[in-house]
Design a protein around this ligand. Sequence first.
Ligand code: AMP
Ligand code: GLY
Length: 430
Amino acid sequence: MKILVVGSGGREDTLCWKLKKEKNQIVCASGNGGTARWGENINIRPTDIEKLSDFVKENGIELTVVGPEAPLVEGIVNRFEEKSFRIFGPSKEAAQLEASKVFAKEFMRKNGIPTAGFEIFNSEEKALKYILNKKFPIVIKADGLCGGKGVSICENLKAAQEAIYSLMTKKIFGRQGERIVIEDCLFGEEVSYLAFVDGEDFLPLVSSQDHKAIFDEDKGPNTGGMGAYSPVSLMTEELSERIKKDILKKTINGLLNLRIRFKGILYLGLMLTEDGPMVLEFNVRFGDPEAQAIIPRLTSNLLELMMEAIDGNLSKVRLEWDKRPVLSVVLASAGYPENPVSGKEIFGLEETECLNDILVFHSGTEKKDGRFWTKGGRVLSVTGYGNDIKEAKTRVYSAIFNVQFEGMQFRNDIGEKEIRRIKDGELSIL
Ligand code: AMP
Ligand code: GLY
């Protein structure tokens, strides 16, 4: 099948890799230096919906797969469906779950979905008054999309006042911070729980865990994600059943009550608290770098799954997984996440790619004159399989020794907490 993958990150490179392995013809818009390995890159921005639609028509594309949230929020699925083009992803209405934290929180409250207690404000004065009587830490979130930077965990009153001031007076995220959510801080382990959804039925994927902070031991500012692994031993069969019943089912039914049929990947960002799993956020797409840890474990046919989700047939499908854990470490540019430096030559890719049980996915890279160069914050995700998580970790970190570019930074502790947990006697299940 001729497939257009929309996006240009490590997640999209991973989707292209898998779909190519399944013998499809791949075009990626706009792609990166890595996606060109699996097909053709075209120079159309992911949010240029009309140009993408023209391309699909003129080039006989049979399926479009959307990676990032921005085109979904802007209505690429609605537009393509109007034209009867096949597309994998949720509609603009469904994408509200990610695009607006106010929508997501009110939706959860209405549908009895466990999440942190919260209040919504569109007045700075009222927000500042509200925090005077709160226990710290508290969490302050901009309503709209802020590239993962719209959330502040405030340890004291002064930090909370500054966060409110930045969002509502300084407007550092423009209109995205016109409304804010102030919520209670939750404590526990974070897990990413993703599922295929076909409007009514769902199929959960294997569990994974992201590492959001830039430095080891979760220190420093948050990033898009510095590494991930799958599975997470905390995700027992029992916990997964509870998430399906208390969160996934309620979310899909709540959307149906709003006459919204969610089709695509629903991503629950969960905190496993003492009181059970609670939703930190919804995303309406694969995670990045979670996709790099999950998709290499999928032995079922991804294209078929996407088609069954579009056609509302997921109840007929079973997922098959490689039992081996996968771990993926992001190599980032100097200055990431604040001011990443681009344009550095990348060395050692070929030697790394040909190692056993290692995959190298590209994010911010480009190929010029037969050589690879950095282009953006997150550059590569070095990914590996192991018979256990420890072996996967050792394999990936020894593979990273081969790769080099000026200023390259990465975390040394991806999967470390999981290794410690397993040593303490817990078992990986899902
Ligand atoms: P979000 O975009 O809402 O997922 O927030 C980004 C990150 O902030 C999450 O991955 C958590 O690490 C953290 N976070 C968000 N909400 C809370 C909360 N209520 N309690 C503790 N941490 C939170
Ligand atoms: N890894 C977090 C995200 O994709 O939003």
